[in-house]
Design a protein around this ligand. Structure first.
Ligand SMILES: [Fe+2]
Ligand SMILES: [Fe+2]
Length: 325
């Protein structure tokens, strides 16, 4: 056990064994992992071209908004392995290859790398996307700075990743459902596999936060409140197309996601409500006055967000993305 007023560095150090266990429980070994090749036509077999033809026929009926969401998701996933550098900057992270934290971040981003690969390859084969424009957006997103507003604080960062992993789980799962309805079973299966990975990642980050609540409830609560006040921004909020201002494309991408119900403001509130239950926020003890105020803010937030969501209109305006000809 560590002292009641531990520093972030001490908490991170104290969590090392726990992080090892979490890695073993929630990340898969390479041997046990699916690979993009398992889910797409094999280029080494004779009927490759027949399979591609069938894939393109199925992809022909995918709606414009679904395609736009898929491209935005792909760009987001393609940039994710670069989060390793963001994660290693978090206060207290040891600069050591042998640290359980280093192993966690490498294992996590290595899993994520497959997401961008499989989505990218599918879109390339589908023939529905202007790949050059999509690739340019990916290069922009990786090169542009991004600010997740976590201040390099581990407590805030894990709230962020816990939120994001669930948001991506929801959106990939919904894309899978819509793809299935629109007759594309390959795409449905592939997005289902990605969604399942995100669910495991969400559980891991949930456990990181739970562990910190055990040892430093007050500071964890303040971090939770702070992130909710700032509002969790999507990791790709600076997404742009060539010739379009930074962040503008992102707004059109989220509009498309709202329109087809892949990820909405209702989902944002639902995630918050599930976190309140998950971490038993209402019954949290050991808080000082500021901590109690933070808890009250978080507890009252879902109702406030629901009132605002009720007044919000889903944007109707169709946007012509450069990604789709
Ligand atoms: Fe992912
Ligand atoms: Fe993930």
């Amino acid at each position: 056990m560590i002292s009641a007023v531990a520093t972030r560095v001490e908490v991170i150090k104290w969590m090392e064994d726990f992080v090892s266990e979490t890695t073993a429980e929630f990340l898969k070994t390479v041997e046990d992992s699916w690979q993009p090749t398992d889910l797409l036509p094999l280029s080494t077999v004779d009927n490759f071209f027949d399979e591609i033809k069938a894939l393109r026929e199925r992809a022909r009926d995918l709606s414009y908004d679904l395609l736009a969401v898929l491209v935005g998701d792909t760009i987001t996933e393609e940039a994710l392995p670069t989060y390793e550098s963001w994660f290693m900057k978090i206060k207290g992270m040891p600069n050591s290859e042998q640290s359980p934290w280093t192993k966690w971040i490498r294992g996590w981003t290595a899993e994520e790398n497959r997401h961008g690969d499989v989505l990218n390859r599918y879109l390339y084969l589908s023939g529905r996307v202007n790949m050059r424009e999509m690739e340019a957006s990916t290069q922009f997103l990786i090169a542009d700075v991004f600010d997740l507003m976590t201040d390099d604080d581990p407590f805030r960062s894990f709230i962020y990743t816990r939120y994001q992993e669930t948001a991506t789980n929801i959106s990939h799962r919904r894309v899978a459902q819509i793809a299935k309805k629109q007759g594309d079973t390959i795409l449905a299966k592939l997005c289902g596999h990605v969604a399942a990975d995100e669910a495991r990642h969400a559980k891991a980050y949930k456990s990181f936060v739970s562990k910190i609540f055990e040892v430093d409830a007050n500071e964890m609560m303040l971090a939770f409140e702070d992130m909710m006040r700032k509002k969790i921004v999507m990791p790709a909020h600076y997404m742009r197309e060539m010739g379009v201002d930074m962040g503008k494309t992102f707004g059109h991408f989220t509009d498309a996601a709202q329109r087809i119900g892949v990820y909405t403001s209702v989902d944002y509130t639902d995630i918050l409500e599930s976190l309140i239950v998950e971490w038993k926020i209402d019954a949290m003890t050991g808080l000082n006055e500021a901590g109690e105020r933070a808890r009250d803010y978080v507890m009252a937030l879902p109702d406030r967000l629901k009132r605002v969501a009720g007044r919000m209109r889903v944007p109707e305006l169709e946007y012509k993305f450069r990604w789709i000809d």
